[in-house]
Design a protein around this ligand. Structure first.
Ligand code: S3P
Length: 172
């Protein structure tokens, strides 16, 4: 993967934007490993994200998430799909910027809202009101915009998003 010394493509973006689906597809295309920080947290803790939020609270989850990010950042060539809130901690940015390129998968609020309708595993989407979630989406925009590349995904299927990422990163 001709990304100079950057080994990892990190996908950031709000819940429901399709980071995991796109990430798997991109990793297949690049013939490299795929990691999902949410899955890593669940593996290490032996609990579902929902349970961690319920029993230990969000702060504990954020600690586990940062730890998971740190661990996957040691991998060779890989694609990492991150949880929507990973962008909230400067330390997480340091890790991502040092070891990879960060791609923000953007979707507008209407798209996100429709994709989160049936969610059962995302505590922040389930427990809050629609208005609160919209506010969170807005508040996070400047954080996501710190990414190296932004891909607008609203009218694209996962394969097309992958094509846009490859173009943006100048990967054949
Ligand atoms: C979160 C997003 C979720 C998960 C957790 C918190 C967030 O990941 O990490 O529920 O703060 O936006 P996805 O973005 O993969 O849904």
């Amino acid at each position: 993967m001709p990304l100079e010394n950057k080994r990892i493509v990190y996908l950031v973006g709000f819940m429901g934007v399709g980071k995991s689906t796109v990430g798997r597809c991109l990793a297949d295309h690049l013939n490299c490993s795929f990691f999902d920080t949410d899955e890593e947290v669940e593996l290490v803790s032996g609990q579902q994200i929902r349970q961690i939020f319920e029993e230990q609270g969000e702060l504990a989850f954020r600690g586990l998430e940062s730890q998971a990010l740190k661990e996957v950042s040691c991998q060779e060539c890989s694609v990492v799909s991150t949880g929507g809130g990973v962008v909230g901690r400067p330390d997480n940015w340091q890790i991502m910027n040092r070891t990879g390129v960060v791609v923000y998968l953007y979707a507008d609020w209407a798209t996100i809202e429709s994709r989160l309708l049936d969610t059962t595993q995302r505590p922040l989407a389930q427990n809050g009101t629609d208005e609160k979630l919209h506010q969170l989406w807005q508040t996070r925009q400047p954080l996501y915009q710190q990414a190296d590349k932004v891909i607008i995904t609203d009218r694209l299927n996962p394969q097309q998003v992958v094509e846009q990422i490859l173009l943006a990163l100048h990967i054949e």
